[in-house]
Write a new protein. Structure first.
Length: 118
C-alpha cells in the first residue's frame, strides 16, 4: 500500500536535513507496521528517486498496542542523506506490514509533512 503526495514545485535537498511525518494510527489489529519514504523528482526525464530509511510505527508494537485504544497520533522523522537526487517534488509513503498483517490494509492516515532545515 502506498500514499502519494505531489508537492507542486521542486524542493532542493540542500534545504533540509530531515522530514517529519505526522500520522494517525487508527488500526486495531495486532502486528508490526512500518513506513518507508521515497522522494522523487518527476520533472527530470528519468524521474530519479531516493528511498529513505524504513521507520516502525511504535503505536503498532507491543507494549504500545491495544485493540481498544482510540486513534493515536505519532511523528516519524526521516533523515535525508545526500545522494544522486538533487531535488524532489513528490513524496511516496510505503506501508510495510508484518507478514501476519499482509492480507489487509492498515488504517493509517498521513496528516502532515514538515521539512526540517539544515
Amino acid at each position: 500500500m502506498e500514499a502519494h503526495q505531489n508537492l507542486g514545485s521542486s524542493i532542493n535537498l540542500d534545504c533540509c536535513k530531515e522530514i517529519d511525518v505526522t500520522i494517525t494510527n487508527a488500526d486495531n489489529r495486532p502486528g508490526r507496521l512500518s513506513i518507508g519514504m521515497i522522494l522523487t523528482d518527476s520533472t527530470s526525464p528519468d524521474k530519479p528517486s531516493q528511498y529513505l530509511e524504513e521507520k516502525p510505527i511504535v503505536s503498532s508494537e507491543a507494549p504500545h498496542f491495544s485493540m481498544n485504544r482510540p486513534p493515536t497520533d505519532e511523528k516519524l522523522r526521516f533523515q535525508i542523506v545526500k545522494g544522486k537526487l538533487q531535488a524532489f517534488d513528490e513524496i511516496t509513503m510505503v506501508f510495510l506490514p508484518a507478514k501476519e498483517r499482509s492480507l489487509a490494509g492498515a488504517k493509517i492516515a498521513i496528516q502532515q509533512f514538515t521539512l526540517i532545515p539544515r
